[in-house]
Design a protein around this ligand. Structure first.
Ligand code: GLN
Length: 490
């Protein structure tokens, strides 16, 4: 290798260039990151690696680089949240139910990234079936935040965020149903984007709440996210009926556009009671920075922000209870050993295979969908969901993007919420509205708060404005260096 920096310090963009210039080989890069994953195993970020498979992919990438047939991400190693099914690595979705499960196919997002040249390093820990905000619901143990090992990395894409922050991989995939890309990105000081609902195919993403689930990249910069998102998105009509009929886009195209005159909407409801002072200070400072870059701040209102919590925690469990009915001991994964009859087999299998939070959601979901309660809960929630989406459309009449905090606090201590699921649910207040409205949204690091923990700012845009969001984030990252900070000892 002729480049002087450590390989793990390179961004995706830099590493892709170095590979193209043949300054480093894909095999070297893969070996480097695989060995870092081993020396940082205490973080609990990786659930599975397979050196043989990774190195075989890297050799193919090197051959393509040599032959001049390389894709835009040729040879770049990357790891996937263990909610994307993969043919060559087991997929657990963080659940005992799927322990050792091997899919006969790759998720569309995984195969699109592979087509662009990505080499897979392995699978990353996550909350069971992506249900959680702290990665403490994984059947394979919690993930530690590289900035402070006693704290949560956030969830449910906690393994993805921790691995990127600790430089165990240049980037990772994540999924976001109600905040699972943005919140862990914020807690670990990295950048992540959830595109418009329907932009990335859900085919091969183990389903949690199908009307909300979206895939997106998690990396260290908006520039890297733009490059990765370009490879991940695009229609998949034969496999995901909700995939949008919008052509794949090069999200790097507008990265360096000027942002003067940009109208940033600042929703009053995101800065009220409950927002901790340290997060408020960091987000306020970032908004000031945007003003010096030529943007205008516009006060706006998203009046139903608070309602997004009850609405989401009715709709998501309702969909989850239906999606998870497939785990019955017959078709996938775990099957109980001792049972009397067929019903007993179902019951025992599900009692053994699912963790507490998943069971709680199945029960809530079944309840709100049941005859007699459907109108009172599920139908009401759907109506308010529409109103929340309408509020955004109202707001976008006065602004181009909306900015606010990602979470009310910095990452809390592992175990800090005890056995109180509500404490976790409430922390989702700022990420749920954009999810319910299907809007693109992202998190970027804007400073540090209590305990020197990273603070993320959220940017939300109207449908299909990913390129604009990434441009707005990139302008900030060109002017500041929060996104280049690293945890101590990393
Ligand atoms: N924290 C939310 C939940 O537990 C969001 C999870 C997600 O986006 N996957 O449902």
């Amino acid at each position: 290798m002729t480049i002087s920096t450590d390989l793990h310090d390179l961004t995706v963009t830099e590493l892709a260039d170095a590979l193209r210039q043949r300054e480093v080989s894909s095999v070297e890069a893969a070996q480097h990151f695989l060995s870092r994953a081993k020396t940082h195993a205490h973080l609990g970020a990786f659930l599975g690696t397979n050196e043989e498979v990774t190195l075989a992919q890297a050799r193919v990438a090197d051959a393509r680089l040599a032959a001049g047939t390389a894709g835009p991400l040729e040879g770049v190693p990357m790891a996937h949240k263990d909610i994307f099914v993969t043919r060559e690595f087991a997929t657990t979705a963080g659940s005992k139910m799927l322990e050792g499960y091997r899919s006969p196919f790759d998720a569309t997002v995984v195969s699109r990234l592979a087509d662009a040249g990505v080499v897979t390093l392995g699978k990353l820990n996550c909350d069971e079936f992506a249900m959680g905000s702290a990665n403490e619901n994984s059947a394979y143990g919690p993930v530690k935040n590289p900035w402070d090992l006693t704290r949560t990395p956030g969830g449910s894409s906690g393994g993805s965020a921790a691995a990127v922050a600790a430089r165990l991989t240049p980037a990772a995939t994540g999924t976001d149903t109600g905040g699972s890309i943005r919140e862990p990105a914020s807690f670990c000081g990295i950048t992540g984007i959830k595109p418009t609902y329907g932009r990335a195919s859900r085919y091969g993403m183990v389903a949690f709440a199908s009307s909300l689930d979206q895939a997106g990249p998690m990396a260290r910069s908006a520039q890297d996210c733009a490059l990765l998102l370009s490879a991940m998105c695009g229609p998949d009509p034969d496999r995901d009926s909700t995939s949008l009929d919008v052509p794949a886009e090069d999200f790097t195209r507008h990265l360096d556009d000027a942002i003067d005159g940009l109208r940033i909407g600042v929703p009053a409801e995101f800065f009220g009671e409950g927002l901790s002072d340290d997060v408020r200070a960091a987000v306020d400072a970032a908004l000031k920075q945007y003003e010096t870059l030529g943007a205008k701040l516009v006060p706006i209102s998203l009046p139903r922000t608070e309602l997004s919590i009850p609405v989401y925690y009715i709709i998501a469990p309702a969909e989850a209870s239906s999606n998870l009915s497939r785990f019955d001991g017959v078709k996938f994964g775990h099957r109980a050993k001792d049972f009397k009859d067929l019903t007993g087999m179902y019951e025992q299998t599900r009692a053994e295979g699912f963790g507490d939070e998943v069971k709680r959601r199945i029960m809530i979901g079944t309840y709100v969908l049941s005859h007699g309660y459907y109108d009172a809960y599920y139908l009401q929630a759907q109506k308010i969901r529409r109103m929340i989406a309408d509020d955004f459309q109202q707001a976008f009449k006065a602004c181009d993007v909306i900015a606010g905090p990602v979470a009310p606090t910095v990452a809390w201590a592992l175990g800090g919420h005890g056995n109180d699921p509500l404490a976790d649910y409430l922390a989702d207040i700022f990420t749920l509205p954009a999810s319910l409205a299907g809007l693109p949204c992202m998190s970027l690091p804007v400073g540090f708060g209590t305990g020197s923990m990273p603070v993320g700012m959220q940017l939300m845009g109207n449908h299909l404005t990913e390129a604009r969001l990434l441009n707005v984030a990139r302008s900030f990252q060109q002017a500041t260096d929060w996104h280049t900070q690293r945890p101590q000892g990393i």
